[in-house]
Design a protein around this ligand. Sequence first.
Ligand SMILES: [Zn+2]
Length: 87
Amino acid sequence: MRMCLRCKHEMVENCYIQEQGVSISDVVIVEKDEDYKKILHPVKAAYCPKCGYTEFYINVEKSSAEKKAKDDFVSRINRASIMEEID
Ligand SMILES: [Zn+2]
């Protein structure tokens, strides 16, 4: 649950921004990992129904889960490479 930074009211989450004139791609935050591969974080919006304050955010739990899955995969590959070198 997100609380309004201005008035402390509960915010409405999982909203998106839509350009009304020209259609544009979904907005994402791009993060480059240590291999310079891009990790895309879809940007979401939330607004306060009481005062109208609006903010952007990303789903940190989902991003962290995807990053952990990738780290686990890389870790398994590295372990397999080490085991090949030992054999
Ligand atoms: Zn507010």
